[in-house]
Ligand binder design. Structure first.
Ligand SMILES: *[C@@H]1O[C@H](CO)[C@@H](O)[C@H](O)[C@H]1NC(C)=O
Ligand SMILES: *[C@@H]1O[C@H](CO)[C@@H](O)[C@H](O)[C@H]1NC(C)=O
Length: 379
């Protein structure tokens, strides 16, 4: 696990006009990480110049449910190489829960606290990894309401708290220094961040710009869609998940996942990155995908290529679940995918809906709900 190389001293050689001056920079007995996020080459790289694969709606797990975006548990996502977990947080009667658009009746992925316990468990077991969380704070819950949850789980002390914000992409510490300091969880909030109140919950849009989401055209562009800062210097995130419309609702385009997640070809993640590099002169920092396991690791291959390292997983990544399999309720989060009346052992819809697939059943449900409570945006 953690390399025990002892750096007794670090010398910095400074070449000056008058000759060579040798300066002793630090003297320390601290162990230094020699492998960072799986690669020695990444230790000296700024967090802002490394590309990470992220799981869009990482808590929304299942199959044959129009409201899910992932097929593997959060622990499996992390073990396979996901290094940004995106989630949508809702205030449900004073409890922060991870739900997709609606907690009641659509998709409730469990409490944030239960979810973060899984993250903590993985962080403890993987001390040489830097991980990011991206919280879509859809109910504008104040940062101070998140703080006790991070504290109770023990992730506050593992969290990177920047001295100030925003931080340009070039201004982030190296992965090695983050790992050495133990502050290797980077959490972004899309709104309500307040560093003076909670120093480790970092505002997203002043630090990161995003491409558009809910894309229906596989020719993904790399235009700046949302930002509150200067896209020329910020880190950036691409929403690389393709949707299709079912009864007017955007849902993941499952049938195209292999192409969407591929390293090359029309509509692929690789092609999207090429567009981004052509447009912006640098690759994306974060790449959010649906069902990352489709493509057999191709999404991680894309990140490795960007990062200039070799993708060589120690164990093969999870295989996609058959899309006709029973709705799974795992996630390892203690949460559940709730879907009133429609969970069956065969994956088929309840008898009164036998002419519909389960997927269509949920879409109809969502469409009906939207009539009563207004349009749903499946972010
Ligand atoms: C962002 O994307 C959405 C969805 O495609 C679009 O409606 C909106 O106009 C875009 N905004 C900008 C600033 O490009
Ligand atoms: C994706 O590719 C895998 C492996 O080649 C294959 O088994 C699966 O059927 C494909 N899925 C889709 C939806 O095309």
């Amino acid at each position: 696990m953690r390399p025990s190389l002892l750096a007794l001293s670090t010398f910095a050689a400074t070449v000056s006009a008058t000759g060579l001056a040798l300066t002793q920079a630090t003297t320390t007995l601290k162990p230094r990480a020699t492998v960072c996020n799986g690669h020695a080459e990444l230790c000296d790289r700024s967090f802002g110049s490394v590309s990470f694969v992220g799981a869009h709606n990482s808590y929304a797990i299942g199959v044959n449910n129009a409201a899910v975006n992932q097929g593997q548990s959060v622990m499996q996502q992390l073990n396979d190489g996901i290094r940004m977990l995106q989630m949508q947080a809702h205030n449900e009667n004073g409890v922060i829960r991870l739900c997709h658009s609606l907690c009641q009746g659509l998709l409730d992925g469990g409490s944030l606290e239960d979810y973060l316990k899984i993250v903590k468990q993985w962080m403890d077991a993987n001390p040489n990894e830097v991980l990011s969380l991206l919280i879509v704070n859809i109910d504008n819950v104040p940062a101070t309401a998140y703080d006790p949850i991070f504290k109770s789980v023990g992730l506050d002390t593992m969290s990177f708290a920047p001295p100030s914000s925003p931080i340009p992409a070039s201004g982030w510490p190296t992965l090695g220094s983050m790992i050495d300091s133990g502050k290797r969880l980077v959490t972004f909030l899309d709104n309500a961040a307040d560093l003076t109140a909670v120093p480790y919950l970092i505002d997203e849009f002043t630090n990161i710009w995003e491409t558009e989401f809910n894309v229906l055209d596989p020719a993904f562009d790399c235009n700046v869609n949302r930002t509150k800062g200067d896209p020329a210097t910020q880190m950036y995130l691409i929403n690389h998940f393709l949707d299709t419309l079912l009864f007017g609702q955007p849902i993941p385009f499952i049938a195209k996942l292999n192409d969407t997640n591929a390293a090359s070809g029309p509509g692929s993640l690789g092609a999207h990155v090429d567009t981004c590099v052509a447009d912006h002169g640098r690759p994306p920092n974060f790449m959010l995908v649906d069902f990352y396991e489709f493509g057999g690791g191709s999404v991680f291959q894309v990140a490795a290529t960007i990062n200039g390292v070799t993708y060589n997983p120690s164990t093969p990544i999870a295989k996609p679940l058959p899309t006709d399999a029973v709705l799974t309720t795992t996630g390892g989060t203690g949460g559940s995918v709730t879907a009133p009346t429609a969970k069956t052992s065969t994956g088929s819809a309840p008898s009164q809906f036998t002419s519909f697939s389960a997927n269509q059943f949920y879409a109809i449900l969502a469409a009906l709900l939207s009539i009563f409570i207004g349009p749903l945006t499946l972010l």
